[in-house]
Write a protein that binds this ligand. Sequence first.
Ligand SMILES: [Zn+2]
Length: 242
Amino acid sequence: MKIETWLPCFSGFYESIWSNSDTLYNELDSINEDRFDNKLKPLKDDDSIEYDYRTRENDIGKRFTQLFAEELSDYIKDIKFLRINSPKAYNFSTDQIEVEVDLDINKIQEYIKAHREQFVKYLKDTCTSYDGFWSYYSNSIDEWESKTNYYSSLDGGEAHIILKFIARIEAPQFEIFAYEELMGNGCDVYNYFKNWDELRHCPVCDNCGKLFSFTDEDRKKYKQFDNPPAVVCYDCQQKEGE
Ligand SMILES: [Zn+2]
């Protein structure tokens, strides 16, 4: 049965292990070590880093999806990454990895039967409405079993809740495992710097710290003064001239 749903065990790209407000700043030390070797002044902040976060998020989404399907391969017959769904604001929600999943319903029925007591408690814990939270799904296993015809007909939310239940028991550390698998294997932040070479090989303005790029247009815009040696960007030259 193919269902569109979203994966559990993923905490999104906002102030999470995958990405936070220090993500780019943390890369400065390594960039500045290379700049030192290249006899260039260090970058003072991360403003000059051009970073393709969208591509990184999609790559992580794809590979996280594959790892998740391998981890729960007894229950997932096939899976396809669809997209990262990002909220407009991060107050109450975060990014979700949306997938189309083909579940092995027989295996899921067996699993819930074998872990029935835990599933009863899990539904009470996660699907009970309270002040400020309204659950769209019932917290009663009897209602689940009649509504889903004993788990044979699931909507996206129900599939998510069941996958989360299985993952909690079978792969409780999955997100950290996935993070360690993907980092150092192509999904690190610095792999998505668009101006990697410039960051290591271009001078910065002595006045404002702005990085120059390799384009001829930008090269025309800075002047090198020999005595004392200085590199000053076009904007700063304009200000000095005023
Ligand atoms: Zn400047």
